[in-house]
Ligand binder design. Sequence first.
Ligand code: TXA
Ligand code: MG
Length: 346
Amino acid sequence: MDTLVKTKILDPKIPEQLQEAIDLLKDGECVAFPTETVYGLGADALNQEAVKKIFLAKGRPADNPLIVHIADRKQINDLVVEVPAEAQVLIEKFWPGPLTLVLKKKLSVPDIVTAGLSTVAVRMPDHPVALQLLKSGVPLAAPSANISGKPSPTRAEHVFSDLNGRIPAIVDGGATQSGVESTVIDCTISPFRLLRPGGVTFEQLKNYCQIEIDRGVYHHVDKPRSPGMKYKHYSPDADLVLVMGEDKVSTIVQQVKLHPNKSVGIMAVSEHIKIYREHCPGTTLLEMGSKYDLPTVAENIYHLLREVDARGLELVFVEGFPEENLGMAIMNRLRRAAGKVLRSES
Ligand code: TXA
Ligand code: MG
């Protein structure tokens, strides 16, 4: 970006400030706003020049397509060629909410939004501020409002720290609720394919449609169906080691002892904090929430990944979770953030 702009923080409770955000979007600018999952960086999805600014501000690779956000279920018909009956059931059940459907796109959706794919990803977010912005005008193409590769922003401060000077405004709606991004499913094939686990779980979806899990959910694949899944993601600058298996606590305690001269942190569930306090004195303990309360863990995860850098840690061990329900989305994000995975013996 040639010249740095001053990034305004707008309060959506003040009508003039909400209007300012709407006017910027109508003028083809990009604006960050809260959704129920993470903050998005939105621009008029039907304006190619406006969408270009999103890629520039984030430093996002041009081959990674964006999700188009809408305010009303019916708006999907302006964007896609057809909605299969099973997808319609999911729309009725989960919208507004953290579920993104990939469908065959109409010509009116610019190629820049879909990175040249013949499909488009669409969702209706469940957040009053997002819906107010969307209702006032056009559909918004919006990726998470972080610098590409960094943890997704769950607070306006996170967006400011990444994008200050690169975008004209951030609408500050406080901390987001659900913490991990939307679930992305491909509805152009049968059975449907889970491309990215998220706020709506695989177990929930299975009750309403035929669906399989894409390999890319667990592994880096060369040509994933969801292009965003091939990038290392959500990463702090510190070395992050994901520790899985029954004996993860003792494995972490042993590992910490091997690095007496490093500034080491542990991301742990509340139930284990006391053990680490006793056995790993001097380490920074980052509490993720109770292992019985995965929504809280999901809500905390991106903030804690940012804390890792804010606290200047060099090496961080993070505890893994069983990959079911919300644990599938949490583990998907932790795997992508971690440079290394250790499996403890049981
Ligand atoms: O919760 C969310 O989904 C947030 C909020 C802001 O709505 N957005 C978000 O966007 O996480 P982003 O761009 O960070 O992630 C979108 C994911 C990427 O993995 C991308 O590759 C995938 O969706 N995607 C987008 N369009 C696609 C398409 N046509 N086919 C397959 N995958 C697609
Ligand atoms: Mg993202």
